[in-house]
Design a protein around this ligand. Structure first.
Ligand SMILES: Nc1ncnc2c1ncn2[C@@H]1O[C@H](COP(=O)(O)OP(=O)(O)OP(=O)(O)O)[C@@H](O)[C@H]1O
Length: 310
């Protein structure tokens, strides 16, 4: 099946001269959930804004189901729903009026039954007659989603859908994305959260400094992202790692008071039980231990530097 989104050699140079996208090419399949990950300023919003026709590209092409986003703007745009990062809604209108109006903007005939279902799905039905300005931040975000879905788009862009939202709304969001996927909608989301990509995406792309440096199936990528660190706070400081512990490639930190072990959290064997057993045999005591997961930011940095070395 041909891709529903086909991006080829996309370039963006802002008026300031800054080159925000450097030849990005990417195909997204119909019904796919694609997560676009990247550190701040990587170019995620720029990419989405071009595909949605809000920002002009400086070069390259984007086709939506075969429609060129410049020459065939209307046809391309009508297939897309966008939930932007920033909330902006018509503060004095009611929820239902706002969402119905959005549908009309795309030339769709009114469909109160559809709008009711949409508002119910987003737990907004009870608030249908409330003015937007009287809603909480989480509710406003739901309204943004309802607006984006009001014209029944084939493709939904979610730009950091869960930044600053509570756990409940995040869960709701994931469920909604699941339901949309079941109904055949293609979803592209940007996120900083590993667990969000893990929960939802089929495929993940990592963008860094305007370049798409990696596109991979989620499972493969999560194995790479799954690196964790174990820190052991030692009773007695050590100056060098004993040769008996060489297999674990430990690092000494904090003037010899801490040992750090990096492991693959998704591996069948983390090596932790055997490390602790060996330390006990060697009478190396520790007062405390904790684990932490490397942040996405760390992972991006390592991906980018790996690539540069290659
Ligand atoms: N209108 C503009 N003029 C000049 N530079 C811009 C403009 N908009 C964005 N940029 C720059 O382009 C780069 C990419 O920005 P973009 O908003 O696409 O990043 P992002 O990956 O979405 O970041 P974040 O995760 O912080 O939202 C940044 O360096 C940004 O400063």
């Amino acid at each position: 099946m041909p891709p529903i989104i086909s991006i080829s050699g996309l370039e963006k140079r802002y008026a300031s001269g800054f080159r925000a996208l450097k030849g990005v090419s990417l195909d997204i399949g119909r019904g796919e959930i694609f997560a676009l990950l990247g550190p701040n300023g990587a170019g995620k919003t720029t990419l989405i804004s071009i595909v949605c026709g809000l920002v002009n590209a400086s070069g390259g092409t984007v086709r939506i189901d075969g429609h060129d986003i410049v020459r065939d703007y209307r046809a391309a745009r009508s297939m897309i729903g966008l939930v932007p990062q920033e909330l902006h809604t018509d503060a004095f209108e009611s929820v239902r009026a706002t969402v119905s109006f959005s549908r009309g903007l795309f030339g769709r005939a009114p469909n109160p039954t559809f709008i009711e279902k949409l508002l119910r799905d987003l737990s907004l039905w009870d608030k249908r007659d409330t003015k937007i300005k009287e809603l909480s931040g989480g509710m406003k975000r739901r309204v943004m989603i309802a607006k984006a879905l009001s014209h029944e788009p084939d493709i939904l862009f979610l730009d950091e859908p869960t930044a600053g939202v509570d756990v409940e709304l995040r869960r709701d969001m994931w469920e909604l994305v699941g339901r949309l996927r079941d109904s055949g909608v293609t979803i592209i989301l940007t996120t900083h959260y590993i667990e969000e990509a893990e929960e939802m995406a089929d495929r993940v792309g990592v963008i860094s400094q305007g370049e798409l440096i990696l596109v991979e199936g989620k499972t493969d990528l999560m194995q790479k992202l799954g690196r964790k660190e174990l820190t052991l706070h030692l009773v007695e400081p050590m100056t060098a790692v004993p040769p008996e512990l060489a297999d674990w490639k430990l690092e000494i930190e904090d003037g010899g008071h801490q040992l750090r072990y990096r492991f693959d959290a998704k591996a069948e064997r983390t090596g932790i039980p055997s490390l602790l057993a060996r330390m006990r045999d060697l009478n190396i005591g520790f007062t405390d231990l904790n684990t932490s997961q490397s942040s996405l930011e760390d992972i991006f940095v390592s991906l980018v530097s790996d690539r540069r070395t290659a």
